[in-house]
Design a protein around this ligand. Structure first.
Ligand code: COA
Length: 338
């Protein structure tokens, strides 16, 4: 622990879970709808297929499965959870979906709220939740990252529709008075560059009465300048990771895993090359899910925990980035069930 953290409690990741929809759409299938090809999508992005929520399952159900898996791995009873943060940009209800997940998993004593920071959402939520554990006001929290971007993609826009999928991932996190596995973090926002990736309200107005009007509650599909987002990611992710590693005097050679937001294989490869991290230490499941926004990091973490690649005390450098613009990085150690 650093000097500053000495009077604070530590944070341990003790369970993980994930859920993705049954419905699979391959690149070849997408090519039946838009002018694209499996070869183009794979070579430019690394994506082969994505899972999409259909009629058979809801967003809240998907989040609940991920959450239940995480608390089951942790060995917790749902009623012992004090806080649920659902990182999402695509709730079922604009007033929030976290409370619906809280009810579905029987976490009746937990306060629950949504947090929106697009693809950085999981990292922002993990760091936010950790503060309640550090200051001793809570002992057990559940952090879920989940998105259903398929509802907001223009399925006729080949420049963006090939990239996204739906999914949910969760971690059970608890406080500890003798260990701290959230070694450090850095979070950033820059709204001045946010126009290159938006899911904004349409600018349609209607009259209420006399000269008074209101803005209709409709949203446009996702609008993206892919090249600008790409340049942002390959510039900012290495910079923030570098800052974080230096701040904690950690050399990249001592990392066990690099777990980046799964947006594009070329971005992941560029960051790994920059830090001389061998392929064997780079976690990626992008090929099977595409970019699931706030879900990518916990979804990948859960997969690697369950197939026993990630072991207790492994040091993981993680970084999320996306709309806002928002980005961040954290150094964490996996703990596993106590
Ligand atoms: N299939 C076939 N051709 C496509 C295509 C597709 N799905 N999408 C775009 N193209 C075409 C373009 O129309 C363009 O053709 P033109 O040269 O005739 O105009 C050509 O491919 C190159 O387009 P460009 O946009 O320059 O491709 P790119 O190499 O930048 O790759 C992305 C596009 C979207 C894959 C890439 O920019 C990217 O990954 N950006 C980051 C996006 C991201 O991660 N967003 C989420 C962040 S959280």
């Amino acid at each position: 622990m650093t000097e500053k953290q000495k009077n604070q409690l530590g944070v341990l990741l003790v369970g993980s879970g994930s859920a993705t929809p049954m419905q699979k759409i391959t690149n070849d299938q997408l090519a039946l709808r838009v002018d694209t090809s499996d070869e183009w999508i794979r070579t430019r992005t690394g994506i082969s297929e994505r899972k999409i929520l259909g009629k058979d399952q809801s967003f809240v159900e998907m989040c609940s499965i991920a959450g239940l898996q995480a608390i089951s791995m942790a060995g917790w009873k749902p009623e012992t959870i004090e806080l649920i943060i659902l990182a999402t940009s695509t709730p079922d209800d604009l007033f929030g979906s976290a409370a619906k997940v809280q009810s579905a998993i029987g976490a009746k004593n937990a306060v629950a709220f949504d947090l929106t920071a697009a693809c950085s959402g999981f990292l922002f939520a993990l760091v936010t939740g950790a503060q309640y554990l550090r200051n001793g006001s809570m002992k057990r929290i559940l952090v879920i990252g989940a998105d259903q971007l398929s509802s907001w993609v223009d399925w006729d826009d080949r420049k963006s529709c090939v990239l996204f999928g739906d999914g949910a991932g969760a971690v059970a996190v608890e406080s500890s008075d003798n260990k701290d596995h959230l070694i450090g973090f850095k979070l950033r926002s820059d709204g001045s560059r946010g126009d290159c990736l938006t899911l904004g309200k349409t600018k349609e107005f209607q009259s209420i009465v006399q000269q008074n009007n209101f803005q209709i509650g409709n949203f446009d599909s996702i609008q993206m300048n892919g090249q600008e987002v790409y340049k942002f990611a390959v510039r900012e992710v290495p910079a923030i990771l570098d800052e974080l590693l230096k701040m904690h005097h950690i050399d990249s050679s001592s990392l066990d895993w690099l777990l980046l937001h799964q947006a594009n294989k070329r971005i992941i490869d560029a960051v790994a090359t920059r830090f001389k991290i061998p392929k064997s230490k780079v976690l990626s499941n992008l090929a099977f899910y595409g970019n699931t926004s706030a879900a990518t990091i916990p979804l990948m973490l859960d997969e690697a925990v369950r197939d026993k690649r990630i072991k207790s005390n492994d040091l993981i450098a993680t970084s999320g980035f996306g709309a806002g613009l928002s980005w961040g990085a954290a150094l964490i150690k996996w703990h596993g069930p106590i």
